[in-house]
Design a protein around this ligand. Structure first.
Ligand SMILES: C[S@@+](CC[C@H](N)C(=O)[O-])C[C@H]1O[C@@H](n2cnc3c(N)ncnc32)[C@H](O)[C@@H]1O
Length: 204
């Protein structure tokens, strides 16, 4: 989400057992779990990793990422109600830092991460693509250590050409694997592809 969209933070976050909506929009749904798990597995975390996660949502990825016990796990999240959930989730964990705000507001300094899990939210496809492409470039230039890896949540079930251009300009390797999902309640991004989405991991 673009930080200039002031309405986002004031819109109510509604957690049900299997989804998170912000206002009327589904921001996360439990059907995405197999894709999230595969993305985390493809990131191949080790206990030496300094991990940055963008977007807490329902904490599904955060919990799976924690199974790999990274040395540190920093989570960037702007929405105040989502942050409250993240605070509760964090309470029993020692290696997690919450960073309130948007990734676009990160003060990069000299801090570098060895692994990034990127799964924010925007409410139209043009904004999603714009944000993804900006982040891919920003992460390569200002966040990732050399040899670092980045898992990108890709709502598009095939990788658009523009993504490939940015990826191959800034990363040395792009790993894509196919994941079967069963969307329900939300729009179905896999309608033409028989339930397949892609897990994308980039290597700097
Ligand atoms: C799709 S959800 C994340 C789902 C999460 N990976 C999970 O497994 O539950 C997106 C989250 O990103 C947050 N978000 C939206 N725009 C953001 C931004 N620019 N920077 C950081 N977080 C953002 C939203 O508030 C929301 O909590």
């Amino acid at each position: 989400m673009d930080p200039r969209r002031k309405d986002y933070l004031a819109t109510e976050a509604i957690y049900s057992g299997n989804s998170l909506r912000i206002g009327d929009e589904f921001v996360m749904h439990d059907w995405e779990r197999p894709l999230i798990r595969r993305m985390v597995e493809d990131l191949k975390l080790t206990p030496d990793d300094r991990l940055l996660e963008i977007g807490f949502g329902m904490g599904i990825s955060a919990s799976i990422l924690q199974e790999f016990r990274p040395a540190s796990h920093t989570i960037v999240e702007p929405h105040p109600q989502v942050l409250l959930q993240a605070e509760r989730w964090k309470s029993a964990r020692v290696n997690v830092q919450l960073h309130p705000g948007y990734w676009q507001q990160l003060d990069t300094g000299t801090q570098r991460y060895s692994a990034i899990f990127f799964d924010p939210y925007a409410d139209d496809m043009e904004a999603v693509d714009d944000e993804n492409l900006r982040f891919l470039q920003f992460a390569a230039q200002s966040l990732l250590a050399d040899d670092g890896r980045l898992a990108l949540f890709c709502i598009r079930p095939l990788l658009p050409l523009e993504y490939q251009r940015v990826m191959f300009e800034h990363y040395r390797r792009v790993e894509i694997s196919s994941v079967k999902v069963a969307p329900r309640d939300t729009a179905n991004p896999t309608a033409d592809l028989d339930g397949h989405m892609i897990s994308v991991v980039l290597h700097k």
